[in-house]
Design a protein around this ligand. Structure first.
Ligand code: GAP
Length: 492
């Protein structure tokens, strides 16, 4: 029973994070990219369990969007887009971060991150007034795009770089888009960009999708795909990557109704997170102080990571900015005729945008649990929501003989087309349970000598470690009921 063991209280949240990172590597969740060449900053590869977890996260999002909403359809737009797209969207001119170089160490930093770190230091030392004043000053500089102000704060608070130097350049804006060439001859090739968000593929296809899927406003287009940002400062593992995946949905609405839809999606998206069984007090909303150039309202859903509350998803009311910009730059009409009011208009857009990798990190941080058991032993368990777990069922013959492996494989053959299964016959049963705990497998099925007689197995539940005897004929229904996406998605 869960009451019978104590959660380890010895590890502070900030100490947990390095453990989660090494657990990811050790158990095949995430590897540094090109590791044998010493890696590539802020780029990661997903291992055998990682790719399963990430696919399950994407599938759960996709089903929540396109299966339970008849008026949301999918799209898979190309990563490369006409260069004019990024001029129209504003990314060429204003998708940038304030950067500062240290003249001694030659290292480059994000100016706002340096100041945020200083605020955290003040907070740690109990200098709350100083921390609040500096936070307010930082917010003001960011809202006004005041680069000189950021430099002044860095000097005033005597912020040093990691080598201890305060010899700073001025703060400059640094565009985050990756450029490359398209064409056979370098001199004549066009410069194009790797998309920094998936949203623009949806905007430029708005009419194609609306007409071919015969949707009426309000309706949405959902997409999952890679995005690329030249994040100079690699921080916090998967939290800020150069190549990552977004799950975005643009919801097209009648002008004037956008605030109702904004409130609707804000709640729906929070419900999606909570439907996974993650504690509500680990989440909060955070309204944007500084609105992006395209938004008239924006809120983040934040999760309490081991390094503090941070954004995992954004909900933005993007007005008609993007469609109007694309109309202007392409010369094509992107209007909708609304038969209910007999009017043509450019729809307004409410967007929900979540990073698949950031959600992956959230799931792992939330799942990673060190427990001290009643008998004094310890176990490390990933309490991943079962619907997302990479392996759902482990089949464990008690012994490697007496027909038990054959029986276990026979049962696995009945289950493998329903769930991802894993067969394991090596080591004592206790060690095999621990191995499955460490990768987050929610159900272990043990096949013993009695199974051959009574056609029943022992099912062990990961989180409670409760064990139950059930007939083989009931395994499928029992696990299907536990994993029912229908039950979870109905909560949204
Ligand atoms: N289309 C709107 C948009 O792109 P955003 O707030 O820049 O908005 C949305 O990004 C989400 O994408 C974020 O909430 C985060 O989950 C994810 N994301 C953004 N930059 C990321 C990065 N460098 N690494 C990992 N995920 C990132």
């Amino acid at each position: 029973m869960i009451d019978s063991y104590l959660c380890s209280m010895s590890t502070k949240p900030q100490d947990i994070f390095p453990k989660i990172i090494s657990h990811c590597k050790e158990y095949g969740y995430v590897f540094p990219s090109s590791e044998i060449y010493d890696g590539l900053a802020a780029v990661y590869d997903y291992g055998p369990y990682g790719v399963e977890l990430k696919n399950n996260i994407k599938q759960y999002w996709w089903n929540a969007m396109t299966r339970i909403n008849e008026n949301i359809v999918g799209l898979d737009a190309a990563i490369f887009m006409a260069p004019k797209v990024w001029k129209a969207s504003g990314h060429v001119d204003s998708f940038s971060d304030p950067m500062i170089d240290n003249k001694d160490s030659k290292k480059r930093y994000r100016a706002d991150n340096l100041i945020e770190d200083k605020i955290a230091q003040y907070e740690k030392k109990g200098k709350t007034d100083k921390a609040t004043a500096l936070q307010n000053a930082l917010d003001a500089c960011m809202v006004e795009n005041n680069l000189g102000g950021l430099k002044a704060l860095i000097e005033e608070h005597e912020i040093v770089d990691e080598t201890g130097s305060k010899n700073w350049t001025d703060v400059r804006q640094f565009n985050l888009m990756f450029g490359t060439q398209m064409g056979s001859v370098a001199e004549t090739a066009d410069e194009i960009y790797l998309r920094p968000e998936t949203a623009q593929g949806i905007f430029v296809n708005f009419l194609n999708v609306q007409k071919t899927s015969r949707q009426k406003v309000p309706f949405g287009i959902a997409q999952i795909g890679k995005a690329f940002r030249n994040e100079i400062v690699a921080r916090q593992f998967l939290f800020r990557m150069k190549e990552f995946e977004q799950m975005e949905m643009q919801f097209f609405v009648r002008p004037g109704t956008e605030m109702e839809w904004y409130a609707h999606w804000k709640q729906k998206r929070m419900n999606w997170h909570l439907s996974l069984g993650i504690a509500a007090d680990k989440y909060r909303f955070h309204d944007h102080a500084k609105l992006a150039h395209y938004a008239n309202a924006a809120v983040d859903i934040e999760y309490e990571f081991p390094f503090g509350f941070k954004e995992v998803e954004g909900i933005h009311s993007r007005t008609d900015f993007d469609l109007k910009q694309h109309m202007e730059h392409s010369g094509k009409k992107l209007q909708y005729f609304d038969p209910e009011i007999n009017e043509n208009y450019v729809p307004y857009v409410v967007e929900t945008s979540i990073g698949a990798d950031r959600m992956f990190l959230l799931v792992l941080c939330n799942a990673y649990t060190e427990e001290k058991l009643e008998d004094g032993s310890e176990r490390l368990v990933l309490k991943i929501p079962p619907v997302l777990a990479p392996v759902k069922v482990a089949l464990l013959p008690l012994l490697k003989k007496d027909g038990l492996p054959e029986k276990a494989r026979e049962i696995m053959d009945q289950l493998r087309f329903h769930f991802r299964c894993q067969y394991d016959e090596k080591d004592a049963i206790g060690r095999r349970y621990r191995r499955q705990d460490a990768i987050g497998t929610p159900y272990c099925i043990t096949i013993d000598h009695d199974t051959l007689v009574d056609q029943a197995v022992t099912i062990r539940f990961r989180d409670t470690m409760e064990q139950k005897r059930i007939p083989i004929t009931e395994i499928l229904a029992t696990i299907q009921d536990e994993l029912s996406e229908e039950k979870l998605l109905k909560k949204i």
